[in-house]
Design a protein around this ligand. Structure first.
Ligand code: FES
Length: 200
């Protein structure tokens, strides 16, 4: 006849047979001396202790992962999705508020132009009904209201005191999605119609 081993673990108390158990003289179903109903207090305390330890470990784990997780996705300074390639026609200029840039589609590809004026930092508006400064469309230009710098769809300074073209943000296009990395602006001496635009 096999004998049950004594069980002891982190979540279960030592099991010892109460007096009377296994005694053939004690009738089945009769009350057993020393048997305690319910969950022992020591076991409850042990569960509570382990629960606290696990909760602490979980909290540290979340903080550890959060430390390495990029926080600026979808906000200025991070990567912004500016829609799909098919959303834009050649000549379109769309303001992307969360990235503080304009996405400009020119015949050679896409440009993400930071709206901060390279002169003294004013926000440069796109004026869609003004006469164009490029040959792509008859209308539309960037016109800084502070000191009158004007730029074409490539961000090239055409007129005014700005010392260089509008700065650009790097673009990647994957699966038709346009993503713009707004953490670092690219400064240019002169707009290059071949090298600056990112091809779809
Ligand atoms: S800040 Fe734009 S022209 Fe001066």
């Amino acid at each position: 006849m096999s004998v049950n081993p004594v069980k002891e673990g982190l979540f279960a108390p030592r099991e010892t047979a109460p007096a009377g158990v296994g005694d053939p003289t004690v009738a089945v179903g009769a009350p057993v001396a020393g048997a305690r109903p319910g969950i022992p207090r020591r076991l409850v305390l042990r569960w509570g202790l382990w629960g606290m330890i696990l909760a602490l470990l979980a909290q540290w784990g979340v903080q550890f992962i959060g430390f390495f997780w990029p926080k600026k996705v979808g906000a200025f300074g991070g990567v912004i999705t500016a829609g799909n390639v098919d959303d834009y026609q050649v000549g379109d200029v769309k303001r992307i508020n969360e990235g503080k840039f304009y996405l400009s589609r020119v015949p050679e590809g896409f440009l993400a132009l930071w709206w901060k004026c390279p002169h003294l930092g004013c926000t440069v508006p796109w004026v869609p009904d003004a006469p164009s400064l490029d040959t792509i469309e008859p209308k539309g230009k960037f016109n800084c209201p502070c000191h009158g710098s004007q730029y074409d769809r490539y961000g090239q300074i055409i007129q005014g005191p700005a010392p260089r073209p509008m700065d650009m943000f790097p673009i990647t296009i994957e699966g038709g999605k346009i993503r713009v990395k707004t953490g670092t602006a690219i400064q240019r001496v002169k707009a290059d119609h071949q090298k600056d635009p990112v091809k779809p």
